[in-house]
Design a protein around this ligand. Structure first.
Ligand code: AMP
Ligand code: MG
Length: 397
């Protein structure tokens, strides 16, 4: 068996450097900037009011309440045609440019207007700049808005829209193929000895969750020719391939045979549980992850090996899930076996500390507990974590 870190380092070393492209802003969520972005214009582009109210000269409000003449109304989107003079006020709506002559805004709630709408009484003294949002307060022209390597979330997309950046230099979104293998698997109603294929859907969902486009390479029987053909389709069409099943010691584990023949593979027994057997290598230039077949094992192997590797190919710098220390509320016992165990746990946070408890059955076939889990507790080799003991947890969400 080899340690987890060695397996991960081996895989990360062999994953290709990311490719870049220019993408429409709408397609960038979750992608990583390959070049820095600079602001060309100021945001906001002009001084404007943060409130509905009256634009006026702050000096005029000294000794308020005072009465000023109303010289017009300014909606957002229009520009004042006249100045605001001494003793005058202009009605103004949120977002409208501050009229020249005025230097402050009084919110409408602090004013009352005469019956003939000719004058406004201002109840408060205000300083210069009151409720004025200044040009460039958010971004200045020429300023670096985002560095290369920034992961684009919804707010980044909004900022890029605000500066008119509709085409964005990013690391290319990956397309990753997913193949299920096994004579016992079906997509319809299982007959005797058969089960439904669940790994393909789970792995496609994990890809989507990581911002990666999944490509369904289908379900194939334990048949060398069928496996080879499906992998060939994936190699031609995808940036990487995930297979599940057929990498253990069974008589019909032909994924192993095929990948050995057509790829440069390394077969690893990683000192972890679940997900001990793992294959990784290149078929041509395409990384192939031979994940174990047990449903939990395939998901944990994706989490520990494929996800960080694929994120690196997407240009991400931070490849790890957040790790926190938590107190065990029970159910994290184990026996020594030379492996680090990853236990499916429910995570809660209260009174300033995380606590975890087993999310259900820890067998590698017990997928329900994986759905119930918020994290994977990292239980070192030994006798497990006693109740009340501290354990490190990878947060999955
Ligand atoms: P294998 O690695 O092919 O020996 O499979 C190990 C276990 O995982 C067996 O019980 C398989 O039936 C099960 N298994 C393999 N592939 C899948 C899949 N796609 N969906 C659900 N279970 C699977
Ligand atoms: Mg199998």
């Amino acid at each position: 068996m080899i340690p987890l870190d060695e397996a991960r380092a081996y895989i990360l070393d062999r994953c290709p450097v990311p490719a870049t492209e220019v993408v429409d802003l709408r397609e960038t969520l979750g992608l990583v900037l390959s070049e820095p972005v600079e602001a060309i214009d100021a945001v906001p582009p002009f001084d404007n009011t943060a409130m509905d109210g009256f634009a006026l000269r702050a000096a005029d409000t000294v000794g308020a309440p005072i009465e000023l003449s109303i010289v017009g109304t300014l909606a957002a989107g229009s520009v004042a045609e006249k100045e605001v003079g001494v003793g005058e006020a202009m009605r103004i709506m949120t977002g409208a440019p501050i009229p020249s002559g005025s230097d402050a805004v009084v919110m409408v709630e602090r004013t009352s207007v005469s019956a003939d709408d000719a004058t406004v009484t201002v109840d408060v003294e205000v300083p210069v700049g009151n409720h004025v949002r200044c040009a460039g307060e958010d971004l200045r022209p020429g300023q670096q808005v985002f560095a290369a390597g920034t992961v684009l979330g919804p707010a980044h997309v909004g900022v890029l829209a605000s500066i008119g950046c509709r085409s964005v230099h990013v690391y290319r979104r990956l397309r990753v193929g997913v193949l299920s293998t096994g004579d016992e698997l079906v997509t319809g109603v299982p007959g005797p000895g058969q089960i439904r294929d669940s790994n393909r859907d789970a792995l496609l969902a994990m890809l989507e969750d990581a911002g990666i486009t999944g490509a369904d390479l289908g379900l194939v029987a334990d048949d060398e020719q069928a496996i080879e053909q499906a992998i060939a389709v994936g190699v031609a069409d995808c940036d990487a391939i995930l297979t599940s099943g057929g990498v253990s010691m069974g008589d019909f584990d032909y994924v192993k045979t095929v990948l050995d023949r057509i790829g440069d593979m390394r077969w690893m027994q990683v000192a972890i549980r679940p997900a001990k057997p793992l294959a990784f290598g290149l078929v041509g230039e395409t990384p192939v992850f031979g994940l174990p077949g047990n449903p939990v094992s395939s998901m944990v192997a994706f989490e520990l090996f494929a996800r960080p590797a694929l994120l690196s190919m997407l240009g991400h710098v931070h490849l790890e899930r957040p790790r926190v220390k938590a107190v065990s509320d029970g159910g994290l016992g184990r026996h020594p076996d030379g492996k680090v165990h990853f236990a499916k746990v429910s995570v809660s946070y209260a009174d300033g500390r995380f606590s975890v408890s087993s999310a259900g059955g820890q067998g590698s076939h017990q997928l329900w507990a994986m759905a119930a889990a918020d994290g994977l507790a990292v239980i070192p080799d030994g006798d497990g974590i006693p109740d009340g003991g501290e354990v490190e947890v990878l947060l999955l969400r």
